[in-house]
Design a protein around this ligand. Sequence first.
Ligand code: NAD
Ligand code: MG
Length: 292
Amino acid sequence: MLENPVTKYPQPPFNKQPQPMPGLASKMDPVPDHGEKSYKGSGRLAGRKALITGGDSGIGRAAAIAYAREGADVAINYLPDEQSDADEVIALIQAEGRKAIAIPGDITSEAFCKELVSQAVEQLGGLDILVNNAGRQQAVDSLLDITSESFDATIKTNIYAPFWITKAALPHLATGAVIIATSSVQAYDPSENLFDYAQTKAANVAFVKSLAKQLGPKGIRVNGVAPGPVWTPLQTSGGQPQDKIVEFGKAAPLGRPGQPAELASIYVQLADPNASYATGQIYGSAGGSGHP
Ligand code: NAD
Ligand code: MG
């Protein structure tokens, strides 16, 4: 039966629901759909070994569930405060009979980024898919109110960490491996209150386009995803002011935010060897507006 994408998922208004950063998916109202009950695999990533940062919740969790159902073993990274969300993901991966590796830690530390990759490689027995998905987004109305500490944390999380993690991973990536970045529509049409975040998401696009050229001859593909508004704890824990949470996604032509589950198949597609001519690309998913 055909589905109507407008009415398929919750529409605004939503309740205000502030949480301290980084927030938990389990405390959101409504709880996001990461594909727990809906995603069906068909062996597209059989035997692959994937590391997903921010794999505890949101878009990263949706990718983790889908990858496991497509036959991959999956390691996830997240902050220690997110252990309860991570536990749910680990259980879902194990339910598919796949290896599930939990590696909590703060990726704003270069030393931890190196440790993360070495643990993932050791416990998975290699690495074929790297998804740099973790992100920090804190809305601030005025440039004058962005502290150097906050600016630094956003740059460290969204720009330095993918650099450090990718640098550590590269010696382990064989021909046919893939790297996937989570950018944003903010890279192309930045909001006035996401001054620092939007710059990092533009940097993520340049990361993809530069590294794809560097690694193309080696047979390693590098792509990115540019989501529009997606219902995740990133947004409710300071990514948007609470009055914007009430109407979150309303401006999209579909009239609602995306759910993480609706992006999972894009992460699968970019990792799938059938997409072998896709490298240096940014795939959009924004409910009808936004770029690319
Ligand atoms: P999310 O909160 O579920 O995921 C973000 C994750 O980043 C957290 O779960 C956390 O584990 C991780 N993280 C943050 N700081 C960290 C740190 N210092 N160390 C280790 N991990 C850290 O939210 P999400 O929306 O699924 O975010 C995933 C990605 O999607 C981010 O890169 C975000 O910029 C991007 N994105 C989100 C939206 C949206 O509307 N939700 C839109 C465009 C892009
Ligand atoms: Mg989380």
